[in-house]
Ligand binder design. Structure first.
Ligand code: TLP
Length: 348
């Protein structure tokens, strides 16, 4: 049987042949002793690419974000973040459960940003009634608003606020290289105002496991302790980091192809009665599709009908579908997906 067309996420990507070879041949050591040469190489390469002093290899984006919050904040401190941010919605409340950190959510705008006024307005005055505002988190690209990109200028403006107010700025850059490709701006410039950044190797870059948290030497030392507390101190994990190095060296320059395919998919779905492509053209590698008011079946049923044709999509809610483009999706898969959507409409 042929492979399904898996559009649920870019997290489903399999490692490439080149990654598998690099993994098999990786030189490894005990990373808790700091002795894994491949992890050390990945961390140094990541830090250099993002213009930060140091990097820390972590098993997941979730752990990268959590270790960052634990390194920036103490118990009872407050983090300002978007109500649609991944850290708030999809990380199992880790910052509160494990860090005793208070989330202060403010509205994400439709383009994934937090308004500068809202950020300033959320910073607490020094008063014993209040938690201490310590950190702002941005997300680039912003998943729930359709893979929106946050510009260099916007991020600089936020950085000016955080600096002025003595807060830290963390970027959840799970897909920062998608943002860089979409905007035509080097990733290091997009994260320049940030004190820390997490990016993922295991999404559109195809590595099987891992993210890297980057920041100053001092920050990374604290984050390394937090990673240990969270059980993320790994041993001969250079076999994983080896795939991450291939991801950084060879997989970034092709991300534009995924963005082109996202546009092609959106074009094909645009005219279909009952569906609305939410961000059209899509800003990066995601296509979100909303079902119009009178659409007679739910997003779950649409997903089931597509699954019968071996197409997998994410139903985010009853009325909303997400499709994510990645390395393993070819042009013919896009055409086939559009045809299957057309057939669903015909057979309603
Ligand atoms: N996102 C996943 C799901 O958790 C929703 C996906 O399929 O998109 N930040 C952002 C912006 C993310 O989208 C994700 C994963 C993470 C962090 C967490 O990364 P992992 O899955 O490695 O913990």
């Amino acid at each position: 049987m042929s492979e399904p067309v898996d559009l649920r996420s870019d997290t489903v990507t399999q490692p490439t042949q080149e990654m598998r070879k690099a993994m098999a041949e990786a030189k490894v050591g005990d990373d808790v002793y700091g002795e894994d040469p491949t992890i050390n190489q990945l961390e140094a390469l990541s830090a250099e690419m993002l213009g930060k002093e140091a990097g820390l290899f972590v098993p997941s984006g979730t752990m990268g974000n959590l270790a960052a919050v634990l390194a920036h904040c103490g118990r009872g401190d407050e983090v300002i973040l978007g109500h649609l941010s991944h850290s708030f919605l999809y990380e199992a409340g880790g910052i509160s459960a494990l860090g005793g950190v208070h989330p202060r959510t403010i509205q994400n705008q439709d383009d994934g940003t937090l308004s500068l006024e809202d950020i300033e307005g959320a910073i607490r005055p020094d008063n014993p009634h209040f938690p201490i505002s310590r950190l702002v988190i941005l997300e680039n690209t912003h998943n729930r608003t359709g893979g929106s990109t946050l510009s260099r200028e916007y991020t600089r403006n936020v950085g000016e606020i955080t600096k002025r107010s003595n807060l830290a700025l963390h970027i959840d850059g799970a897909r920062i290289f998608n943002a860089a490709a979409a905007l035509g701006v080097p990733a290091r410039e997009l994260v320049e105002p940030a004190d820390s950044i997490t990016f993922c190797l295991s999404k559109a870059l195809c590595a099987p496991v891992g993210s890297v948290l980057c920041g100053s030497e001092e920050f990374i030392q604290k984050a390394r302790r937090a990673r240990k507390q969270l059980g993320g101190g790994m041993r001969q994990a250079g076999v994983l980091a080896a795939a991450g190095i291939v991801a950084l060296e060879n997989m970034i320059q092709r991300l534009g192809e995924d963005h082109q395919r996202a546009k092609k998919l959106a074009e094909g779905l645009r005219g279909l009665a009952g569906f609305v492509v939410e961000k059209d053209p899509p800003p990066s590698n995601m296509v979100y599709l909303a079902l119009g008011a009178g659409f007679p079946i739910t997003a779950y049923e649409v997903a089931d009908r597509l699954r019968e044709k071996s197409i997998l999509v994410g139903s985010v809610s009853e009325r909303r579908i997400r499709m994510v483009l990645h390395y393993w999706i070819r042009d013919e898969d896009i055409e086939f997906t559009i045809t299957c959507y057309q057939n669903i409409i015909k057979n309603l």
